[in-house]
Design a protein. Sequence first.
Length: 127
Amino acid sequence: MKRLKLTRERQERFLTALAETGIVSVAAKIAGTSRTRVYELRNRDEAFTAAWEDAEERAADALEADAWRRAVDGVPEPLVSAGKVVRDDEGRPEGPRPPAERGGRRGEAISGSPRREVGSRQHQIRG
């Protein structure tokens, strides 16, 4: 296998990807090089080592900020019953909307409380 030179452009791509992902193997793949090559360069180039550490700090900061946001704001989760989503993340029922929300049959507006027909009888929809 041909060893690709770790050019300045590849180094920058690696460092950018490392800052975004925090994962060396993924960043190396994005940069078009190998983990071995970037670690070799890290061991012999102090400037690259400093830039690597900065990229890792930026990745860690992003993870910490996201963890903080999730802890404070929470993470919306759908309600699942019997393997099917019953309510979405905002508390709305999943699936087809009732006619009252769609505008009734053939698009006409429905006034008053929403109703649905079952057979020949109408039933009140309870929310």
